[in-house]
Design a protein around this ligand. Sequence first.
Ligand SMILES: *[C@@H]1O[C@H](CO)[C@@H](O)[C@H](O)[C@H]1NC(C)=O
Ligand SMILES: *[C@@H]1O[C@H](CO)[C@@H](O)[C@H](O)[C@H]1NC(C)=O
Ligand SMILES: *[C@@H]1O[C@H](CO)[C@@H](O)[C@H](O)[C@H]1NC(C)=O
Ligand SMILES: *[C@@H]1O[C@H](CO)[C@@H](O)[C@H](O)[C@H]1NC(C)=O
Ligand SMILES: *[C@@H]1O[C@H](CO)[C@@H](O)[C@H](O)[C@H]1NC(C)=O
Length: 439
Amino acid sequence: MNYIKNGVISLLLVQFLKLSLVSAKLEYTVVVDANKDPSSLNCSEDAFITIMDVSVKSEGYCKSASCIIDNSDHVVLRRLCENSTNCLIYGSNFSSACLLEQRRFDLSYLCEAPISLDCSFESDLLCHWEQGTDDDFDWTRHSGKTHTGNTGPDSDHTTNSKYGFYMYIESSGKDRNDIAQLISKPIVCKHVQCLTFWYHMYGNRIGSLYVYKKNRTQMDIVWERHGNQQNQWREAYMNLYCDEEFQIVIEGKIKDSFQRRLGDIALDDIYLFEGSCENGVKIICTFEDQQACGLNNAFDEPEYLSWTIEQDMATANGPAVDHTIGSENGFFFHLKSLEDSGKGRLESSLITFIGPKCLIIWYYIIGNNANNLTLYQMSIDGKREIMSVHGDTEENWKKSTISVYIALNDKIIIEGSIKQIGSISLDDISLSEGACIGN
Ligand SMILES: *[C@@H]1O[C@H](CO)[C@@H](O)[C@H](O)[C@H]1NC(C)=O
Ligand SMILES: *[C@@H]1O[C@H](CO)[C@@H](O)[C@H](O)[C@H]1NC(C)=O
Ligand SMILES: *[C@@H]1O[C@H](CO)[C@@H](O)[C@H](O)[C@H]1NC(C)=O
Ligand SMILES: *[C@@H]1O[C@H](CO)[C@@H](O)[C@H](O)[C@H]1NC(C)=O
Ligand SMILES: *[C@@H]1O[C@H](CO)[C@@H](O)[C@H](O)[C@H]1NC(C)=O
């Protein structure tokens, strides 16, 4: 069994973050037995099946000495199962002669589960990135200043301190046009992914930084910068279209010039998320698909109420229309208490992308002025209030905009408290890149 442990952790994150699917692989073998039709191939909810090998391994399954399965049966199997999360197969789906004798055979398949390519280079060294093997030297993981003055950053981007780590190419002692590559795990995705990272290119003899999209046969440049970009961290972002499985290659190149030691290029805080960069939004919960996008009820006290996804609550002391589509058919998250007072608490999954973000939430409160909606940021240092509103919104959806600085593995907690009667509803919760501007 070939199993990447982080895959499981990331599975929990993916609903909330909609991260890219890269191939964390779990391999299974099933025995397909026509006498016990059907056999099922199952992966967990977010992992997809890839058929590996169909073979008769154990003795006694086939009467003939050797059992070669026809290619047409492989094709049928792929059609039935590949790219789905589970499938059912019947003995009658196969026509190979040896299977007809006694339809039992071993089948191995992979479940490809999502893992995150996000990396701040803090605790998890290279995360799911690897040093290139067809290049001239390696990227160096480092904190504080680089070894040469007048080039490279003074501190990392994530923590902006001498304790935080980043990656860089040390230019001293390298030859002109030498390259160092960082390569991602293979990416399997559906539509488009937005790749962002922070780079620092400061020095008189700065070379080039490239991003390539690599498939089995070639590498295409999708982004590039050349030369001195001043002494500051800058953000890069680009769309990567999911037409086929690909890898991302980030390449630093030493300039063809003298004084190559003044050419340190640094890299930090890589994020990859589903959707196009133009949207700029990493998470948006509209509840229209009736999914809670990773916001879970946290029942840590017995008197806690539950948030539920609802529509048209006009007859139950709630909003008639949602915020997203402004219709009675639209969905929202809802907390109500008809008799007792109480609290309902939602907890987000761990957030793995870090830095300044803009959190926007729409809310609708009915009831006397004692009903409260409070948001907290939960980090290693404890719980911090980031927003609090109370009182009736007078039959309107209202917006709250909050700039937050997210550290690795923070959570957002949303708490509604109701006094006797009324309800609190939420809709269109988003978390986007950068502090909130203008609104
Ligand atoms: C696979 O999923 C099907 C239904 O989706 C279920 O009936 C079956 O028990 C599962 N099999 C295994 C081995 O988990
Ligand atoms: C599954 O998806 C891969 C990648 O998109 C594709 O190459 C393959 O043909 C698909 N398989 C089937 C049976 O649709
Ligand atoms: C597989 O077998 C089942 C049961 O006989 C049948 O309903 C289904 O259409 C078959 N699928 C293929 C692709 O042969
Ligand atoms: C690799 O990408 C190039 C250009 O994007 C494309 O023309 C080529 O068909 C791809 N090769 C494979 C094996 O997918
Ligand atoms: C809401 O907050 C106010 C002010 O902090 C407090 O007096 C009130 O009791 C709170 N309401 C509930 C239902 O907890």
